[in-house]
Every structure is written in C-alpha cells, then in structure tokens.
Design a protein around this ligand. Structure first.
Ligand SMILES: Nc1nc2c(ncn2[C@@H]2O[C@H](COP(=O)(O)OP(=O)(O)OP(=O)(O)O)[C@@H](O)[C@H]2O)c(=O)[nH]1
Ligand SMILES: [Mg+2]
Length: 358
C-alpha cells in the first residue's frame, strides 16, 4: 500500500509542475488516469480486506432495499436505527459503541427497508482506520446511504464525502453516459456528438491507461476529465444519499444549512416521519393502486413498485388475469390529466396513481 501511495505522490508532484496547455493535455489526461488506476488498486485491496469473512460484516440483503447509516462516531446512528426499526443496537455516549453491523427492518407504506447500523466512519477509513474498510465494503452494497452527523460536527460531512469518493463511491450522481463496447482488436474509436474539453487522442490515452485497448467508445454528455476516468472504471458505484443532521433538539439557535440537509432528533422523535418519506423518494419507490374492472377507483389494492416502470411492466409483474391481454389502461389520481383518462401501456407509473387495465 505504501508503495502505491508513493507512486501516486510522485505523479502528483510531476503534475503540479506541468503547465496546462494544448500540448500537455494528453500527458495530463494520461497521468490523471494513472493515478486513478493506482487508487483503484488500493480500493481493490480495501475490498479484499473488508469484504466477507466473520466479524458480523457479511450481511445478507433482505427486504426491498438496503440502507446504510454512515457517519462519525457518537452522532446517534444507533439511536436512529432503534427508532426506525425493531433493532436494539447499543447506544452510549462514548465513541465506537457499535463494533459490528446491526440490521433492522423498517416497514413503510408496505415496503420493507433493511437498515444497517455500522461503526462510526472516520478520516482514513480506506487505510483501515476504525473499522473503515469493513464499513466501506458494506456501503458499496447498499441501495441508499444516509450520511449522518450531528449539529456539532456538520463540517465532518465534507471529510466523509471525500472518504467515500476516494473509495470509488459517487454520491447522488448519474452514471456517466458513456458506452464502452470492447472489441478483440481494431484499436480505439471515439464517437461523441458533443464537443468535449479535450480531444479524442486524450480520451484514447485515458482509456488505454486504464487498460481499454480495443473498443468503440460512445459519449453522450459533456464530461470533465474526472468523469471521463470514472466512465472507464469498473469500480465506481453510483448511489443516492440523504444528508441527516441529528440532535437538532440541542440547537440553541434556529438551524440553517444547505437545503438538502434534514434536521432530526433521533431520541426526541422529531423529523422521523419526513425522513421515512425522503427514504421512500430517494429509492424511487411508488405505490400504484389497482382498480378492479367493475370497481370504483379506490385505494384498496396497493402495489409497491419503482418510479419509471411502465404500465406494461407493471402488468407483467402482477401477472394475474387483472391485466392479461389488456391493451390500455384508465388512470386516476397522480399523473392523470383528468379522472378515468385512457392511456397506452407505455405510460410510466407515478407514485399514487390509480390504474384499471381495460
Ligand atoms: N440530545 C440528543 N442526544 C442524542 C440524540 N440521538 C442520540 N443521542 C445521544 O448521543 C449519544 C451517541 O448515540 P449513539 O446512537 O450511540 O451514536 P452512534 O452514532 O451509534 O455512535 P457509534 O456507535 O459510537 O458510532 C448517546 O448518548 C445518545 O443518547 C438526539 O437526537 N438528541
Ligand atoms: Mg452506534
């Protein structure tokens, strides 16, 4: 590990001395990609050391989605899981009270969310500080991160974000819209209908550096060099996150922060219902209400699904004679322009929509 760290440092030193202009673009791209590759080797070591194997860290996924509580020690992660679920995770004033993974199940609107309470995450996690490696390998397998701190340590969020970033996690970001179609030979071909900041040769240099030698590369968004490197990297994980600030009950002044921070008090039970709703939204869950052929619209037959699913996919999922052979649907409520609107099965469902297949 030390070795890799030194190599990275050496390249960074060279880069710091390299002037930025057209002629050095390729070189800079290649060097940044090389750093990314070296960091990737570190991530792989981290995963090998942190994944599986005893200590309560190999957790099976249960329920409709898995959520992990990530934050520094003593901010109230265990208090929160005890509030949200049936779990009984130990709570205490001192740091590193939680030393293994404690699962709990939250039922909300008919969906079942597995929540994982893990040891506190501190700077240097990927080098194994605290239970960093183990925590990071759990985080990589989650469907949603709750990034949590308390009102005294709001600045720590930035450090945690960096730790997660360095571990290959990309929070609240879409996967780069880049298709890499690998070939056996023929070299690299780059297609982009959007003008990029760097030329095609730089893109190829970066790809080669990461080990892609023969491929058609199709780019459909304007990329930063960082995102270009990410696009070629298998180890990147794109995962949604919610930002939660706990112990709001102890604040002396009214709390102001970034609008995407949710202030709660896990042990005074404030903000918890909003948090559950935010979890539901962040995971893209939706409830659709089926309306029987001869029934008035009602909320009697709820079905849990994901946003963006079409009525056709929903029909396939239900698989009963409800929808079989039906070509259209009538909808009410969310998404309907008016009651009993007739729509095609290509229509995407929305949270709260009532549907009768006709
Ligand atoms: N005032 C107040 N105290 C809280 C709140 N939530 C948790 N605490 C207290 O904060 C301390 C730490 O809580 P824990 O739930 O053990 O924190 P943790 O994040 O799980 O800590 P580690 O397991 O050590 O990482 C305990 O003394 C809790 O009683 C809250 O909303 N308000
Ligand atoms: Mg704890």
């Amino acid at each position: 590990m030390g070795d890799i760290q030194e190599q990275i440092k050496d390249i960074e030193d060279v880069l710091a001395k390299t002037p930025h202009h057209k002629a050095t673009d390729h070189f800079i791209g290649r060097m940044r990609a090389r750093i990314a590759r070296l960091k990737d080797q570190q991530i792989e070591t981290t995963l090998k050391k942190g994944g599986g194997g005893g200590g309560g860290y190999a957790v099976k996924k249960h329920g409709d989605a898995t959520i992990v509580l990530v934050g520094p020690p003593s901010v109230g992660k265990s208090t929160l899981i005890n509030n949200l679920t049936n779990a009984q995770s130990k709570v205490a004033e001192y740091s590193f009270t939680t030393v293994s993974v404690i699962p709990g199940m939250l039922e909300y609107k008919g969906a079942r969310f597995q929540i994982l309470d893990v040891p506190g995450l501190i700077e240097g996690a990927k080098e194994g500080k605290g239970k960093g490696r183990e925590v990071l390998s759990i985080v990589r397998n989650a469907d949603l991160i709750i990034l949590m701190t308390d009102i005294y340590k709001v600045d720590i969020i930035k450090i945690l974000e960096r730790e997660l970033y360095e571990a290959g996690l990309r929070i609240n970001k879409e996967k780069p819209d880049v298709k890499v179609d690998k070939k056996i030979d023929g070299g690299l071909h780059v297609f982009s209908n959007i003008k990029q900041e760097f030329d095609k040769e730089t893109i190829k240099e970066v790809a080669r550096e990461i080990g892609i030698k023969n491929a058609d590369i199709t780019i459909k968004e304007k990329l930063s060099l960082e995102r270009l490197i990410d696009a070629f990297n298998k180890n990147r994980i794109y995962i949604p996150a919610l930002y939660v600030i706990n112990k709001a009950d102890l604040a002396r002044r009214s709390l102001k922060g970034r609008t995407n921070y949710l202030y709660i008090s896990a042990n005074k039970n404030t903000g918890i219902e909003i948090l559950k709703e935010k979890i539901w939204e962040a995971l893209n869950f939706a409830t659709v209400y089926l309306v029987e052929p001869n029934e008035e619209p009602s909320f009697n037959h709820p079905i849990i699904t994901k946003k963006g699913v079409t009525l056709k996919q929903l029909a396939e999922k239900i698989g009963t004679n409800f929808a079989e052979g039906k070509k259209k649907a009538k909808i009410w409520g969310t998404g309907a322009k008016f009651a009993s609107q007739e729509v095609s099965l290509k229509t995407q469902i929305q949270d709260g929509m009532q549907v009768r297949f006709v």
